[in-house]
Design a protein around this ligand. Structure first.
Ligand SMILES: Nc1nc2c(c(=O)[nH]1)N[C@H]1C(S)=C(S)[C@@H](COP(=O)(O)O)O[C@H]1N2
Ligand SMILES: [Mo]
Length: 318
């Protein structure tokens, strides 16, 4: 079934939070004891749930991908999330994904590829070859953060499957399991969540397959056990909890494009000159900061990626 939602901001908590989920959240907030109120975002209500930090991961700092900008706090990065499979409010994923089990995990690889198959997570991610990269991250909703991600280059990850010359695009799919992902019981999006990249975007050195952050295993709410990080694109391209990777000749339809084709395109490159139909994209609020800052073309990665889009009308290809 295909239900159209206008955009994340238009879905209020009341629309999507049933009584049971609400009760669960209340009792959790009571149990957690500590509640952080009044963040820079004003109305945000953030229970402090980050008590069980993840397992440490060994990762080599990749100094080529760095920034002198202040890192967003671990607390912000792990408690202010978009992951509609676990609820549509920013604090929902941290609460509702607490007991999600991201192991064992299998990824299906198919389509235009020489080594298709069902792969165990351990067989496609070498935990001894992880690197840390600090990237800016910019949500289409005009908030942003700076995060030390841990993972591998998406190119090296993809190359192990040997895509064929017919592979012009790569499509990623999130787990569909409403028992484990309670948000999928509501038709707020067309499940399962799907995203895609053009092959040259996927193979770009900035693109990353992420398995951790802040030197630790990826928290469930951030997309455990593996999610994309393509830092010059809006946040929604960075699909979480991936179970399928398909190579194809044709441009895939991504979930947000299906939900609102006038508002969300395939490319979703951060572009301050092209407004969202209902709000400006010129500025953004960095989590933890009060004053807005200017949004940079391609999220500040123009020198690296602008050539990928040479000759394309970025107003049409938004
Ligand atoms: N499967 C899935 N992936 C998803 C989403 C989602 O709802 N489901 N939300 C996207 C959006 S809109 C954003 S901004 C980022 C948020 O990532 P973070 O919670 O790690 O900051 O995840 C993206 N990936
Ligand atoms: Mo987003």
């Amino acid at each position: 079934m295909l239900i159209k939602v206008k955009n994340p901001a238009d879905v209020t908590e009341n629309d999507v939070t049933d009584a049971q989920l609400f009760a669960q959240r209340r009792s959790f907030i009571r149990a957690s004891g500590q509640i952080a109120l009044g963040t820079a975002l004003g109305t945000l209500f953030t229970p402090s749930i980050v008590d069980a930090r993840g397992q440490p991961l060994k990762a080599k700092k990749n100094t080529r991908f760095n920034t002198s900008e202040t890192l967003s706090s671990y607390q912000d990065v792990t408690s202010y999330n978009n992951f509609y499979e676990f609820g549509t409010a920013k604090e929902d994923p941290a609460i509702n994904a607490r007991h999600f089990k991201a192991q064992p995990w299998t990824v299906k690889v198919d389509g235009a590829v020489n080594k298709p198959g069902n792969y165990a997570f351990e067989d496609i991610i070498n935990l001894n070859q992880l690197e840390e990269r600090i990237y800016r991250f910019r949500c289409v909703e005009a908030w942003s953060m700076v995060v030390p991600w841990v993972g591998v280059s998406l190119a090296s990850f993809i190359n192990q499957f040997q895509p064929s010359s017919k592979a012009k695009y790569v499509e990623f799919t999130t787990l569909y399991d409403p028992k484990r992902m309670p948000g999928q019981n509501r038709a707020v999006l067309n499940w399962p969540y799907v995203e895609g990249l053009r092959m040259d975007e996927a193979m770009h050195p900035l693109s990353m397959m992420v398995v951790g952050l802040y030197g630790e295993v990826l928290p469930n709410q951030n997309g455990a056990p593996l999610r994309l990080m393509v830092p010059w694109k809006y946040g929604f391209k960075n699909i979480k909890s991936i179970v399928r990777i398909r190579f194809s000749e044709h441009q895939p339809k991504n979930t947000w494009q299906i939900a609102g084709p006038k508002e969300y395109g395939f490319y979703a490159n951060v572009n301050p000159q092209v407004d969202h139909p209902r709000w400006s994209q010129k500025r953004e609020r960095r989590l933890g900061e009060f004053l807005k800052r200017e949004t940079l073309m391609f999220n500040g990665y123009a020198d690296e990626v602008a050539s990928l889009y040479q000759g394309m009308d970025l107003r049409k290809n938004f």
